[in-house]
Write a new protein. Structure first.
Length: 382
């Protein structure tokens, strides 16, 4: 008998009836869930990612990398956190203290809030809301004001230039990012990320990246646009140290600087997780659906396998992001904006039109279904 989210939720409700769990208010469960996601996934990832990126950089540059704190230097991120906490809490004399204090918090909140609508597994999602795609696009825009306010409050011309660059870059690249998501909405007919992932099973039309030639191109536009929105090389002009000292975070020290770095890494994870959910099947396993397996598996085991595959795909994209940092040179400002407005936006619009024509011409079928229909002598609709 297939296991689905409704049966899992029903069994969980029956299990809690008659126990003290049933008397706990729903807001308590929501708070506990948020704390688990933030303190057991988002923040640990941000810390460990700093260590992993330094190790990847060392391997690419034929160096050793962190190797002093713990086995293979694994506790280097903890040492860095202690160092940042113990540093002087400095605010520029002419700066705005309130905005200077709250700006890094906005960046971290905007990044962590994106986890709410991310389906880490079939049974593990904080809120699979029916406008999940729109929610993540909206909530992550809090990062831009956090960077801009921090640069303005620093009373530093290098910081202000970096903040203005960041605002222009994030606002510009939100357009091709949003346009590259529209083909997925046309295919799935939903803004609910969990529903989009469910439709990418092997017995449906497989992953959206292979649905048609236009979604294959849209996948790369979304990924490149995500690099620009997260200020990663080759799009890290807001903190170009060769031009702006350190950019928008020049005057930040201690844990405030650490919050900016933490927010960047968490935002990278959210971006890669969104790409995984929309284009790479999320928790779906290639050529296999556990719900239709010949042996009925426990719900807990299915959930664990789904989460493992989702995180595996996401971490693979994160690795590519780190790999590109130590491979590509930084673009100039005119090159960055030209790539967005002259290149990615027109191609993204063309992909929307192409996907719409494909859906009409082939009645919603994917390339896999069209090819299989040709070999079988007939085609079915999606």
């Amino acid at each position: 008998m297939p296991v689905n989210s409704a049966l899992f939720a029903q069994s969980l409700t029956q299990w809690t009836q008659g126990t003290w769990f049933a008397s706990v208010p729903i807001w308590v469960w929501a708070l506990v869930s948020a704390l688990i996601i933030i303190y057991m996934l988002a923040l640990p990832f941000g810390g460990i990612a700093t260590y992993v990126e330094r190790k990847i950089a060392a391997d690419l540059q034929d160096r050793i990398g962190p190797n002093r704190v713990g086995p293979l230097g694994i506790f280097q991120f903890a040492a860095d956190a202690i160092k940042m906490i113990s540093k002087e809490d400095y605010v520029p004399p002419g700066g705005d203290r309130f905005l200077f204090n709250i700006a890094p918090v906005l960046v971290v909140v905007g990044s962590c809030a994106g986890f709410v609508a991310l389906p880490l597994g079939q049974y593990l999602v904080a809120g699979d809301i029916n406008i999940g795609v729109f929610y993540i696009m909206a909530i992550t825009t809090i990062i831009a004001p956090g960077i801009l306010l921090g640069s303005w409050a620093s009373e530093n011309k290098w910081s202000l230039l970096g903040g203005l660059r960041s605002a222009a870059q994030i606002v510009s690249y939100e357009i091709p990012v949003a346009l590259s998501i529209v083909p997925i909405i046309l295919i799935s007919g939903s803004l609910q990320i969990g529903e989009i992932v469910k439709q990418q099973g092997w017995h449906d039309h497989f992953w959206n990246v292979f649905h048609n030639p236009f979604t294959f191109i849209s996948f790369f536009i979304l990924f490149v646009g995500g690099l620009a929105e997260t200020n990663r090389i080759p799009f890290d002009l807001p903190e170009a140290e060769s031009e702006l000292v350190s950019g928008f975070n020049t005057e930040f020290s201690g844990m405030r600087f650490g919050l900016y770095a933490l927010g960047e890494f968490v935002d990278v994870f959210v971006m890669c997780a969104l790409v995984t959910s929309l284009y790479l099947g999320g928790w779906q396993i290639p050529f296999l659906e556990l719900d239709k397996f010949w042996v009925t598996l426990p719900s807990g085991l299915i959930a664990l396998i789904h989460v493992s595959f989702f995180l595996g795909k996401t971490f693979l994209l994160v690795f590519v992001v780190m790999w590109l940092r130590w491979t590509l040179p930084r673009l100039r400002v005119d090159q960055l904006m030209g790539l967005c407005w002259k290149g990615m936006v027109p191609v993204a619009l063309f992909n929307i039109l192409g996907t719409a024509i494909w859906m009409w011409a082939f009645k919603g079928q994917s390339m896999l279904q069209v090819v299989s229909g040709l070999f079988s002598g007939g085609g079915g609709s999606h």
